[in-house]
Design a protein around this ligand. Structure first.
Ligand SMILES: [Zn+2]
Length: 270
């Protein structure tokens, strides 16, 4: 675990795996070097899909390609031998778990590319709604959104990231030919409903925020009109249900002029 490797040993207590994709760790807080330290438990839940060779994304985009470049072949300088591994990667800027930048769906000159989006957009509070009842291919209505919000016991606050669990990854694996096409999503009114409540970014597990075809085009157009956007390709959202608010973090790569970017999406519970 990288976090362990980078955290000074004296600040760590034993960590344990809480659930798939979740990492528990203890952070120490103190007012001075000599002050007694107060430990608080923090849990980081990984919401990202694996990026691996041939991983599929939306059929409009090419698949993820990752092939060996260096394979620990020996390199010699003087009396020293060095063996290194590295990979060549070719991908769409809509690979894996990713954010759509406004430039993706808004042809207006000046629509933000991913490197121009404020980093604050990717470090927000978040909630997750349970919409797992939605049939594959179904459009989720405003009434269903309101029922899910009420069941969550939460409210949508200005600037929240709202993640929408549709149990999609549990029903279709990326190996299934239907995976790129047959998913539930939002009807146009439900996209407006999120924007009306101050949600700036919402997130789904599928490759699109709305069912394939016209509804998906409309959902993207509404994002452009309302100045909001969405994350596609999330995973492990079921780990967030019934747990209230969390810190959402998912920074994009600094792709100059990019129309989107893979993100490492996580939810953090203190
Ligand atoms: Zn996208």
């Amino acid at each position: 675990m990288l976090l362990r490797a980078l955290t000074p040993r004296h600040q760590l207590r034993p960590s344990s795996l809480q659930c798939p994709g979740a990492v528990s760790l203890y952070c120490a807080a103190g007012t001075s070097r000599n002050a007694s330290r107060t430990a608080r438990k923090q849990e980081i839940v990984d919401l990202s899909r694996p990026l691996k060779h041939r991983a599929l994304c939306h059929p409009f985009h090419p698949p993820f390609v990752m092939t060996p470049w260096d394979t620990h072949q020996p390199m010699v300088a003087g009396k020293t031998t060095f063996r290194t591994a590295s990979y060549y990667i070719s991908m769409s800027d809509h690979s894996g778990t990713h954010i759509d930048a406004p430039k993706h769906f808004d042809p207006t000159p000046g629509a933000l590319s991913v490197d121009e989006m404020p980093l604050e957009d990717f470090y927000t509070e978040g909630i997750c709604l349970d919409l797992s009842h939605a049939e594959l291919g179904a459009g989720i209505s405003v009434e269903e959104m309101e029922t899910a919000l009420s069941a969550s016991g939460q409210e949508i606050k200005d600037g929240d990231t709202v993640l929408l669990y549709m149990a999609y990854n549990k029903r279709l694996s990326p190996e299934d030919p239907r995976w790129q096409h047959d998913f539930p999503g939002l009807v146009p009114e439900s996209v407006h409903w999120l924007a009306d409540r101050g949600c700036k970014i919402f997130g789904v597990e599928a490759v699109s925020p709305a069912p394939e075809g016209e509804l998906n085009f409309i959902a993207h157009n509404i994002c452009g009109e309302r100045g909001i956007t969405h994350i596609e390709g999330l995973d492990n959202l079921e780990s967030l249900l019934g747990r209230g608010r969390f810190r959402f973090v998912g920074f994009p790569l600094k792709l100059v002029g990019g129309s989107g970017s893979p993100i490492r999406a996580v939810a953090i519970f203190d």
